[in-house]
Ligand binder design. Sequence first.
Ligand SMILES: *Cc1c(COP(=O)(O)O)cnc(C)c1O
Length: 425
Amino acid sequence: MTELALLGGSPVISTPFKPFRTMGPGEVAAVQAVVESDCLSGFYGSWGDEFLGGPKIREFEAAWAEAFQVKHCISVNSATSGLYAALGAIGLTPGDEVIVPPYTMSASAVGPLIYGGIPVFADIEPETFCLDIASVEANITEKTKAIVVVNLFGHPAQLHARRALAEKHGIILIEDNAQGPFATENGVFAGTIGHIGVFSLNYHKHIHTGEGGMCVTNDDRLALRMQMIRNHAENIVGPTEHDDLSNMIGFNYRMTELSAAVGIVQLQRQEELIGQRVHIAQRLTEGTKDLEGFTPPVERDGCRHVYYVWTPKIDPATLGISREVLVKALAAEGVPLYPGYVRPLYLLPAFQQRMAMGRNHFPFTLTNRVYARGLCPVAEEMHFHRLLAFETCAHTLTDADVDAIIEGIRKVHAQRHKLIPQAAE
Ligand SMILES: *Cc1c(COP(=O)(O)O)cnc(C)c1O
C-alpha cells in the first residue's frame, strides 16, 4: 500500500470532485415559459383570487400535495420562512416554550424567538443524531407549546412516537423536514406525520428552486393561518373573518412563479435526484462498514433514510487517533469528510448573551432556562469528537468517485498507527 499523502505519499484523489448540477432542459424550458408569460408573480397582498398566488404556484402546491399525500401545501420563499409561518400559525405567544434540537441548522431552533417564544434544547440520540424522545419528554412543562423535530441528515426522527407524545401532552409537533424529502417511516412520508411539516428548496437541498420552501398540513385552520402569514395577514384577516387575531401580522414569504416552475420539474425528477444521493451513501456504507472504530450511519427498521449528509461516527479510543488527525489525513488523500456538523446551537451568541429581539434581553426575560456548555452532552460529544460528515448533495459523483472515497478512507484507516505520534505532538 502506498504511503499516506499526509506523510508525503501520493493522494488517492488528486482532482477535486465536480460540484453538483441538477438543472436540466426541463427546468430551462419551464423558466423560459414563465418569463415569456410575463407573469413572474401572481400574488396580491389583499383578499381575493390572487391572495393564493398565480398559476405556477398553485400547480406546484397541488403537485406537492399529491406527491406527499397531504391535504394542504403552502409554498414559501424558504424553509426558514416556513418555520416562522408555522410557529406563528400555532399561536405561539411570548413566554411559550418550544422544544428544539441543538444539532441542526440554526433556523430550526431560533424560530420561536421571532414570536417571543423560548427555545428549549433537548439532547439528541447518538444513533441518528435526531432529538432523543426521553430528553424531549423530560423537558415538557405546562409552558410547552410545541416541539420542532428535525429529520436530521434525511433520517425520520421516530415521528409516530413523537406525534403520540405531542397528542398526549396536547402540544403541536412541527417537523423541520428540510433534509428529508421522500424519507419515510412505516410507509408514511416524513414531513407529513407532525401537525405541520416544513421542507426546504434551497440550492443545497436534494430538490431545489434556488431558494424556496413548502409547508404541509392536513389541518384546514393551520393552513389558512400559514397562507395569511405568508401574505400580509393583517390585510386578509378582516375579509376572511378569521376569529383568532394572534400573530396575524403578516410577512411577505411568497415564492415567485419562476421558482414554482422550477420546483414542478424538480419534483417530477425526485426519484432520480433523491436516488442518486441514497445510492452514494449506501455505497459508502457498504465499503466502510467493516472498519473497526468507524461506524457508518444506521437506518432504523421501517425507515427510509435519504442521506442529505452521510454521517459516519468514529470511536477515537478504538482508532487510537483523534478525529482532527483523521480528518487531516483524509483531506490529504482528497477525501472531503468534515469534522462535525454545526456547533450545538445554544452556544450561539444569541443564547450565550440572551439577546435576540431588541436590546432588553427579550424574550429571555421570560425564562430561567440556562444555555450553558454541557447542556446537551450527547450533541457535544458527537459534534466535537465523533461525527464525520460527507455532503452527498454537494457533488456529482460517479461510482468510481465513490469508490475512490472508500479507498481513501480504508487507506488512512489501515495506516492510522503511523499518525499516532502526530496525534501526540
Ligand atoms: C436548510 C435547512 C433549513 C433552512 O432552509 P432554508 O430554505 O435555507 O431557509 C432549515 N432546517 C434545516 C434542518 C435545514 O437543513
